[in-house]
Write a protein that binds this ligand. Structure first.
Ligand SMILES: Cc1cc2nc3c(=O)[nH]c(=O)nc-3n(C[C@H](O)[C@H](O)[C@H](O)COP(=O)(O)O)c2cc1C
Length: 175
């Protein structure tokens, strides 16, 4: 499968089989995040692997979004390590690249999961304070998103939203 085929086949998976993610597959997903590019190569990303029954139960108390995924990756960055672009006149100050770093790490893991035949779901519809507390994230951890991962229950497949994409000329401009 070439990359465009993979990107087209990936969809937001909201129903998972009652099966754990094999350690070997999880390691590959995490490796894809490890080698992702980051600003100035600072590698400020932080990934918390939520997979124990206890931790998943605490997460489910905080948000229903992770559904029945057997693994949820809480992806963020350490502000103390993130690259800060100083004196950005547009932003009237500084600009921190941490969110972009965490996002490309998460994106890389999402597509690696797809390549391995795993389903995944990018989640941001949660209350940050509740999830931070449930996962006991420390001070130097800015949470960016949750990535649910698991073997997809193929009975469900993608939601109708998956098929809906704007035409290129609605989102791309040429100068
Ligand atoms: C930044 C971001 C936040 C998202 N947050 C959620 C979420 O909280 N819950 C959810 O079910 N899906 C969430 N999604 C998944 C999107 O709804 C989904 O990607 C979009 O509808 C397109 O569908 P597809 O991924 O199946 O192609 C999020 C996706 C992104 C990129």
């Amino acid at each position: 499968m070439d990359f465009l085929e993979l990107a087209s086949a990936r969809y937001s998976c909201r129903h998972y089989l009652d099966a754990s993610v094999e350690d070997e597959l999880l390691s590959k997903v995490l490796e894809a995040g490890r080698i992702a590019p980051t600003a100035k190569n600072n590698q400020p990303q932080r990934v918390v692997v939520v997979q124990s029954k206890e931790a998943l139960a605490r997460l489910h108390e905080a948000t229903p979004m992770a559904r029945n995924a057997p693994v949820v990756l809480a992806v963020g960055y350490a502000p103390s390590e993130a690259s800060v672009i100083a004196m950005d006149s547009y932003y009237d100050g500084t600009y921190c690249a941490g969110t972009q770093d965490a996002s490309i790490v998460a994106t890389s893991m999402m597509y690696e999961a797809a390549e391995l035949g795993l389903g995944s779901l990018w989640i941001r519809g949660y209350d940050t304070g509740k999830v931070r507390e449930a996962l006991d994230l420390g001070d130097d951890f800015e949470l960016v998103m949750l990535l649910a991962i698991g073997h997809p229950d193929e009975e469900y497949g993608p939601s109708p939203m998956h098929e809906s994409r704007k035409a290129l000329d609605e989102t791309v401009m040429y100068l």
